[in-house]
Ligand binder design. Sequence first.
Ligand code: FES
Length: 104
Amino acid sequence: MKATWKLADGREITLDVAEGTNLMEAATQRGVPGIIGECGGSMSCATCHVVVDPGWAERAGEPSPFEEDMLDITEAGRQPTSRLSCQLKMGPALDGIVVNVPQG
Ligand code: FES
């Protein structure tokens, strides 16, 4: 399965992501710039913030209430389709997903 990260400088990185792997893990393992994942996926750092491409927002689903709170304190500022990528787990619904890495 595949996911694409669009960087603030215009570069795009497409990676194979195994089913069940979250997009923060996939990005940090392969060194996608701008995705840090400081807390290891426990929703306490927001350094895995991505803005889901609008065409994928519905399939990505809604953030949980706790994720909602964390999104309000992201460094780059929250956008309508912002998500914590540690909470986006690859599966058939997300195969091909495109996310934007905010600057900052
Ligand atoms: S890795 Fe820390 S909130 Fe996602």
